[in-house]
Ligand binder design. Structure first.
Ligand code: PEP
Ligand code: MG
Length: 556
């Protein structure tokens, strides 16, 4: 029988398919005593699991090729380490179960590695992954990480971390449903980047049985479990109709009376460029460079690796602007060589520009790679820093850009309320502002963007957030400089009109949202957008703000 679950829709469209769960972290197996006569069979079970996991890792490596193959082969070798196996056998001989013996043997090996200097310490995460795989196999629970499936599926997860997403095969993921996360979580951002429908903050999602058919409506936030034929047909017809209407919209972003608002793409690397070009992006408004660094959290990519990646993006946009954000590590994107591991509250700790200023060599290398990559190309390179708090931060970044001989302009992201409140002072040092509304909401409402329970405060329609957007946009206008939005707020077509009305000068979003925003913006005049902005700011809640703007824009 069909049932309906409701979460928060964060990426438009409809996906219908079978559910596959993202395997969760392995629980600690209970310490149970096995009778001495079972030790032999228990040891054989451990050996078989170890060998099967090593073979699986090798096979995955062969399939992946390149750097991923080297990492997977190294993991297979860790699994087959004879010292480790002897330790497991010793533990089983004195009464451990196979899974407990594996768990404990890996723990002592892990402690050894963790204390053995920087390089080996960086391998701890790989070792944990190997342990999780062996223990999961012994316990007969799903493998941790991305599901093994050859058929397309709807991915169910607690939440998705950027590191998980590197392993997803976009051709197999029809859509996402997550228990945690809000509209600005990385699950939501990734879904938009892939152009697949997604619903987040749906507490019961984890209980859906593997293989159940669901229909995910990423606009309404509804998930229909075991949808009937009529429901499926209705959803499919509505999605097709919408797609056709969007395909008819093209050209630069503008209001119906010709006020232009460039529509730019948010990308994570060269592989996102084709979708951005296809969606008609007028450039890139946010190149999240940390995805290049997350491939291997133990060391930064070399300068030449960076040059290659940056150049392939910059080449794709001749005559256009490409806004590159320097590395934003920390909090939800930790990198072991930069991020302190012992912060009590990483989102309020050393992240973004703060960590780059503590590791100036990493910033220098990145800026120098960008300067080399842009040399001779007809692109408008703009470089910005994440997590700028005040004028001193902006100045430190501008100094680093000048020292690196960077061509083009430098700017500051407004993600911390202090930078919005004092935008004029920040603008004394840089040429442009870009509002990161995801973090700006997180810090304005003291609501962690990764926690589903506080998703309500992540809603970018909150009047307090709109006030901060208006402050920053007004300051930029007064200084004759530009102020774009590159947070997820820009991807909401109605809100995009409101932001335009508040004075924002460009909107940057996942490529899949560009046609939606373009077609909605083209239906309204600038004066209507301004009225909608003022009406939204005059309310006291996100819901009222949305209704007020909707009322103005639909001419009620
Ligand atoms: C933001 O915070 O709005 C932003 C664009 O940066 P990120 O989502 O990568 O933190
Ligand atoms: Mg941010």
């Amino acid at each position: 029988m069909e049932t309906t679950l409701r979460g928060v829709g964060v990426s438009h469209g409809v996906a219908i398919g079978e559910v596959r769960h993202m395997g969760t972290a392995v629980l600690e197996p209970p310490a149970r005593q096995v009778p001495a006569q079972d030790a032999g069979s228990e040891q054989a079970r451990a050996r078989q699991a170890v060998e099967a996991v090593a073979a699986d890792l090798t096979a995955r490596g062969n399939l992946a090729g390149g750097d991923a193959q080297a990492v997977l082969e190294a993991q297979a070798m860790m699994a087959l380490d004879p010292e480790l196996m002897s330790d497991v056998e010793r533990r089983v001989a004195v009464g451990s179960t196979a899974e407990r013996a594996v768990y404990d043997a890996f723990a002592s090996y892990r402690a050894l590695l963790a204390g053995a200097g920087e390089y080996l310490a960086g391998r701890v995460a790989d070792l944990d992954d190997v342990r999780n795989r062996i223990v999961a196999r012994l316990l007969g629970v799903p493998m941790p990480g991305v599901p093994d499936s050859d058929e397309p599926y709807v991915l169910i997860a607690r939440d998705l971390a950027p590191a998980d997403t590197a392993l997803l095969d976009p051709t197999l993921v029809l859509g996402f449903v997550t228990e945690e996360g809000g509209p600005t979580s990385h699950s939501a951002i990734l879904a938009r980047a892939l152009g697949v429908p997604a619903v987040v903050a749906l507490p019961g999602a984890g209980e859906l049985a593997e293989g159940t058919v669901v229909a995910v409506d990423g606009s309404s936030g509804e998930v229909f479990v075991s949808p009937g034929a009529r429901r499926r047909a209705e959803l499919e017809a509505a999605a097709a109709e919408r797609k056709a209407a969007l395909a008819a919209s093209h050209g630069p972003g503008a209001t119906s009376d010709g006020h232009t608002v460039p529509l730019l793409a948010n990308i994570g690397g060269p592989s996102d460029v084709p979708a951005a070009v296809e969606a008609g992006a007028e450039g890139v408004g946010l190149f999240r460079t940390e995805f290049l660094f997350l491939d291997d959290s133990r060391r930064p990519p070399s300068e030449s690796e960076q040059v290659e990646a940056y150049r392939s993006v910059l080449e794709a946009f001749p005559g256009r602007r490409v806004v590159v954000r320097v590395l934003d590590a920390g909090a939800d994107k930790p990198l072991s060589f930069l991020t302190p591991g012992d912060e009590p509250n990483p989102a309020l700790g050393v992240r973004g520009l703060r960590s780059l200023l503590e590791h100036p060599e990493v910033l220098r290398t990145q800026l120098s790679a960008l300067a080399t990559a842009a040399a001779g190309l007809p692109v408008h390179l703009q470089v910005m820093a994440p997590m700028v708090a005040d004028r001193a931060d902006a100045r430190a970044f501008a100094d680093a850009c000048r020292a690196a001989g960077l061509p083009g302009t430098f700017g500051a992201m407004v993600e911390i309320p202090s930078a919005a409140l004092r935008a004029r002072s920040v603008l004394r040092e840089v040429e442009f502002l870009s509002l990161g509304t995801n973090d700006l909401a997180q810090y304005t409402f003291a609501a962690d963007r990764q926690v589903g329970a506080v998703a309500r405060w992540q809603d970018p329609w909150q009047p307090a957030l709109l006030d901060l957007v208006a402050f920053a946009a007004e300051a930029a206008r007064a200084e004759g400089k530009s102020c774009g939005v590159c947070g997820e707020a820009a991807a909401d077509p109605l809100l995009a009109c409101v932001l335009t009305g508040l004075g924002v000068t460009s909107l940057s979003m996942g490529a899949a949202s560009i046609p939606y925003v373009r077609s909605t913006l083209a239906k309204h005049t600038l004066a209507q957008c301004e009225r909608a902005g003022a009406a939204a700011r005059a309310t006291d809640s996100a819901q009222e703000a949305r209704q007020a703007a909707q009322g103005v824009l639909s001419g009620e």
